[in-house]
Design a protein around this ligand. Structure first.
Ligand SMILES: Cc1cc2nc3c(=O)[nH]c(=O)nc-3n(C[C@H](O)[C@H](O)[C@H](O)COP(=O)(O)O)c2cc1C
Length: 185
């Protein structure tokens, strides 16, 4: 048995190549509503969403990210930036940053739930996405936080790239591990 919701969940893939076409405003608003309707501890809704659709701002963040990676000891990321096509957000026309209130218990979990809701909502409307956890390296920069208008008392946690896939048909699902479930009946 299946239904549209299950099909969307199974169909979603992290997409790492986008067409330059911007996503429709109406779809963007639905994605943001879906984020805000995520479950959150105590119903506090201590999250904030920053929509970035300014190419220069996105490119500046990528440049800063490359500099941060160069100075970090992260070999995995250093290998990635050695690729001349490296782009933190894979050239997506829209990036959404998810921030959470500093010192709020369980806030990462709330923000992760909101992030997943955005990915699923986007997929349901034919918009592709990728969760960009590594962006935290550049989002913690005070100048970047200022440029993005992150409210005082909030820390940026995750970024999501959104756009129309340039590769979707070629993407194969990442195989899922076996033996990650047990039953007590
Ligand atoms: C917390 C988190 C952080 C992630 N960070 C990145 C990232 O920085 N860059 C990236 O390309 N993908 C990132 N991903 C995407 C994962 O690599 C991807 O979800 C995983 O390989 C499974 O593939 P799928 O999403 O296509 O099913 C992240 C995913 C999660 C949940």
């Amino acid at each position: 048995m299946t239904n549209e919701t299950i099909e969307v969940i199974m169909r979603r893939r992290s997409i790492r190549d986008y067409k330059p076409d911007q996503i429709e405003e109406e779809k963007l608003q639905i994605i943001l509503e879906a984020a805000k309707f995520a479950p959150n501890a105590g119903g506090r809704q201590l999250w904030h969403f920053t929509v970035i659709q300014n190419k220069k701002v996105i490119e500046d963040m990528v440049e800063k990210m490359i500099n941060v990676i160069k100075q970090s000891g992260n070999e995995n990321l250093q290998k990635k930036i050695s690729n001349p096509d490296y782009h933190t957000f894979y050239n997506a026309p829209t990036v959404i940053v998810v921030s959470g209130a500093e010192n709020a218990r369980l806030i990462e979990i709330d923000c992760a739930a909101a992030t997943e809701n955005m990915l699923i909502a986007a997929e349901s409307m034919g918009i592709s996405s990728c969760w960009i956890g590594s962006a935290e390296l550049v989002l913690s920069d005070e100048n970047v936080k200022k440029t993005l208008g992150i409210p005082a008392g909030y820390k940026p946690l995750y970024a999501v790239s959104l756009g129309y896939s340039a590769t979707k048909d070629k993407e194969q699902p990442v195989p899922r591990k076996e033996n990650t479930v047990n039953f007590v009946r």
